[in-house]
Design a protein. Structure first.
Length: 400
């Protein structure tokens, strides 16, 4: 695996690693944290590369972006020294997607655009969006065609992230991959679960291998169950995929990107932090969040940062012996000074707890029937009633 790189359009990354867009997580602060940890491990980028890996923003809806809602503008914010700037866009209407891509390109707000067709959340799929949409092949094709048409002249690559399909009886990934390749998409990423699986069960590496066989002229990226660097290495070896997309595995473990840099460089070096080292990273995350909200005009950025960090506390402390009152206290701090006072009460010399800290994190959920528009599965063609309902789909996605 030594020297493995990943090319997406004109960009070549030193390691074949992409940070998956995660709502409420992969904001400007978290992306910076992961990027810096990976850069520190990888050293100076190799000549001709665009950086250690790709770090994609939270999903933003095309309609909200066109309307320039304050939240949508926050979601696409990037540090000025970060390139390429990767933005994930969600849309169900070709014209609206084209308008959003036009805005991103003409105003120089993105260097890479990823289209989301993998979201399994009921409020999205019940309107025909997210992982439900590739079932309607021609609509899927039209959205990709419009996005590429607008982005390509500016040299901005468009990529696709998707799932295997709606359920085992309605798989779409092979046809969707061929369509994406034919429409000029620069890469396709497959979360190797169906929408009905949500995050339960085990990612199907055979599906990633099948997609790699079906799509031969652009990179195929594998996503699902990458908890440690060895998972990424084995996924690529088993499937032949060109890179990996890392999501839940880095929750509370942003140093996973340092491990991945080492792994793909052929080094056995791995980060095994003491509790004190974890707290140092966690505090930097909090400081970066405060700067993120301040730079984006929040009236009380420190309060916003403290509220944002709450979801991360349990992930960072997973496997370490920390009393419940301290966990709860850290999750309820109202200032950086308050965080420091509580952190000083912990046993910071506590060593790395081993595999328990590397266990799956985030909600897996359980298999479920996918919420879909009435009659959605009757045909892959888009009927007038479904087309009308799709007009409401972007409005069903909160947070921009």
């Amino acid at each position: 695996m030594f020297g493995v790189t990943l090319s997406i359009g004109p960009y070549r990354f030193a390691a074949p690693v992409v940070l998956a867009p995660m709502a409420g997580v992969t904001n400007q602060a978290f992306r910076r944290l992961c990027l810096d940890l990976m850069t520190a491990a990888a050293g100076d980028p190799a000549s001709g590369t665009s950086g250690p890996g790709a770090f994609v923003s939270e999903m933003v809806t095309s309609r909200a972006l066109v309307e320039r809602t304050p939240e949508s503008m926050r979601l696409i914010a990037h540090d000025p020294d970060v390139h390429p700037r990767s933005v994930q866009l969600y849309g169900v209407d070709p014209g609206t997607v084209a308008a959003a891509v036009t805005m991103l390109v003409e105003e120089d707000r993105a260097d890479h655009i990823d289209l989301n067709f993998g979201c399994p959340v009921p409020k999205v799929t019940r309107k025909g969006g997210g992982s439900a949409l590739p079932w309607k092949h021609e609509l899927f094709r039209a959205i990709l065609a419009q996005a590429v048409r607008v982005a390509a002249p500016a040299g901005v690559p468009v990529t696709v992230k998707m799932r295997k399909g709606i359920d085992d009886d309605h798989l779409t990934y092979l046809e969707a991959g061929r369509i994406a390749e034919g429409e000029g998409v620069a890469a396709v990423a497959l979360h190797a679960r169906t929408a009905s699986q949500y995050y339960s069960g085990v990612a199907d590496r055979r599906a990633i291998a099948a997609l790699k066989e079906a799509v031969t002229t652009i990179p195929v990226l594998g996503n699902g169950d990458i908890w440690v660097a060895e998972d990424a290495l084995s996924m690529m070896a088993e499937t032949g995929c060109d890179g990996v997309v890392v999501g839940r595995g880095c929750l509370g473990r942003p140093w996973l990107f340092a491990d991945l840099a080492a792994g793909f460089a052929g080094s056995p070096q791995r980060v095994r932090p003491s509790l004190g080292e974890v707290i140092t990273v966690l505090r930097r995350h909090l400081v970066l969040l405060e700067a993120h909200y301040r730079d984006n005009g929040a009236e009380d950025p420190q309060t916003h940062a403290c509220r944002d960090i709450r979801k991360h506390i349990a992930w960072y402390l997973k496997g370490y012996s920390v009393r419940q009152e301290h966990r709860a206290g850290l999750a309820m701090v109202e200032s950086i000074a308050g965080f420091d006072a509580l952190a000083a009460q912990l046993d910071l010399d506590q060593p790395y707890p081993g595999e328990v800290a590397e266990a799956p994190r985030g909600r897996a959920g359980s298999p479920r029937t996918v919420a879909l528009p009435h009659g959605w599965l009757d045909s892959p063609d888009l009927d007038p009633v479904s087309a009308e309902r799709l007009g409401e789909a972007e409005l069903s996605v909160s947070g921009g």
